[in-house]
Design a protein around this ligand. Sequence first.
Ligand code: UDP
Length: 367
Amino acid sequence: MKCDILVAGAGLAGCTAARLLAEQGQKVLVLEKRKDIAGNCHDFRDENGITVHRYGPHIFHTNNKAVWDFVNRFTPFLPFQHKVLAYAEGRLIPFPINRDTICDVFGVNIPVTEVRSFLANEVAASTFHVPSQNFRDAVVSQVGERLYDLFFKNYTRKQWDTDPENLSAEVASRIPVRENRDPRYFSDKYQGIPKLGYTGMMANMLDHPGITVMTNADFFELRDGIERTLTVYTGKLDEYFGRRHGELNYRSVRFEFETVDETRHQEVSVVNYPNDYDYTRITEFKHFTGEKSDRTTLCREYPSAEGDPCYIVMTKDNLEKRQRYLADIEQASGKEPSLFLGRLAEYRYYNMDQVIEAVFLKLDGPG
Ligand code: UDP
């Protein structure tokens, strides 16, 4: 077999790369080892007419206009502002932390102008390292120990199966702390859910005369028989190099789906369970699209060491190993031109927009 570019993986990184390269005039062959495209963004409509995200909730959000314009070429977006509640102390509390969270937890009634000094007092009464050395420091230095213990400590242990002290402070930067009453999970300018689903969006990305897609096709099994000038690899970074520097940890999740005879199960699309149960959160999908049904489909997420990779794990050990593998990419590129793109291959805790942004940068995309 022959092509110009071989793309390993039909997830968001692979589909974006394939599309850009095809539009640059290359003949692209995409190999996807699963039976479906769209990687961990894969979604489908279930028997109740509800669009289910097979690998947990995906909400598209970005401040990058070029990225937003790009995805909008392949599907219209339903406007959606993601809101989350955390179940703690037996009740549902707004999360991420804002003025209303503080009033609820501490039983106070303060104006937004007093939130900063309230949190400063909490922080002053807490112990942590400056500058932050880890996830715990990064959170406690913003909100203090009481809020950290209530919302972050146990969720983080459950999610990552390690003490928050072992995790990079960078993980904490995903979650804003707000002095106002903004209840949204994300602050980005552009936010939404693809009307055609992520699977539909990516099917449209791949729908180009320059692109051939093979599913149930393993890159490692087929690569020797394919003549090409460049490989775009989106799989696990350590796997590509035969784990020669040791295994990089990827965290998986067991997604447990349930359809119940209720028109609505919970007030918002996602409820986080930091301290109770073995799952981290429950997603109720119909909130994303406003799809109507007498029933509703839920997903409980049980973090797990086994299973398909969903997350990188930002411990010191993994991040050091990552550096060694990145040096290998430099070396390997001389012999066999290759680009490593996406969450698994770059070993970065990317959001969807950051995946696309990174592909744009490496492949001369728009913006
Ligand atoms: N986190 C937490 N409590 C929460 C939500 C998040 O402690 O209620 C921490 C936890 O370590 C989590 C990280 O913040 O893994 C990132 O959360 P995010 O919601 O961005 O996770 P994702 O949607 O990527 O699973």
